[in-house]
Design a binder for this molecule. Structure first.
Ligand SMILES: Cc1cc2nc3c(=O)[nH]c(=O)nc-3n(C[C@H](O)[C@H](O)[C@H](O)COP(=O)(O)O)c2cc1C
Length: 181
């Protein structure tokens, strides 16, 4: 049975939710598939031999990714070069379809530029606006980003922009990328 490990960094839980959808879909295809947060992966360690392929996903925070994402990519560059088949970026600017095109999404370009591991396959997924769960300062800052990009500015707004059919399609695509044993 082919196996895929989905590694993710999530600040507020939405990237974890998307990862769970990917895992379920891949499992439905008869693959072994599990997910692991980067923090857990660092603490518990990863048995790289156990997996045919690895996928990495992370949310965008203030135009970039948590430093732990880049640290992970540096530390495990060799293993990622061998096993990782795709990277997905979760951000709310991607609620606009044109920002889901890799060349048009500067957050994705930033990842490719700064990460020691350079993914061959990439996906941009629209994330979630969740003002009530954000801290006061984050709320104000994201409101500013939203103002600039014509997004929602009502601090009561909770809007999930993720297209879950598109996520299923991405999961199906991932399954096709697993190398033959
Ligand atoms: C502190 C903070 C900063 C963010 N900065 C950006 C940003 O610069 N651009 C963007 O498109 N989305 C930004 N977002 C939106 C997140 O990428 C989006 O809410 C995502 O779904 C969060 O995923 P998570 O729940 O896994 O952390 C930001 C969110 C937070 C909480």
């Amino acid at each position: 049975m082919k196996s895929i490990l989905v590694l993710y960094y999530s600040r507020g839980g939405h990237t974890a939710r998307i990862s769970r959808c990917i895992v379920r879909r891949i499992q439905q295809q008869g693959y072994r598939c599990e997910m692991m947060g980067l923090l857990e992966a660092e603490k518990e360690g990863i048995d790289w031999q156990e997996w045919d392929a690895v996928v990495l996903g992370a949310c965008v925070l203030y135009g970039t990714y948590d430093k732990s994402v880049f640290a992970f990519c540096s530390k495990y560059q060799q293993q990622l070069d061998q096993k990782a088949i795709s990277f997905f970026s979760v951000n709310v600017v991607a609620r606009k379809p044109e920002k889901r095109i890799p060349e048009n999404n500067r957050y994705l370009q930033k990842f490719i530029e700064l990460s020691a591991w350079k993914p061959n396959d990439v996906k941009i997924i629209a994330g979630k606006v969740d003002y009530p769960s954000w801290r006061w300062l984050d709320k104000q800052m994201i409101r500013l980003i939203m103002k600039i990009t014509d997004g929602p500015t009502d601090t009561k707004a909770v809007i999930d922009y993720t297209d879950y059919q598109e996520v299923d399609g991405y999961a199906d695509h991932l399954a096709t990328l697993v190398p033959a044993n």
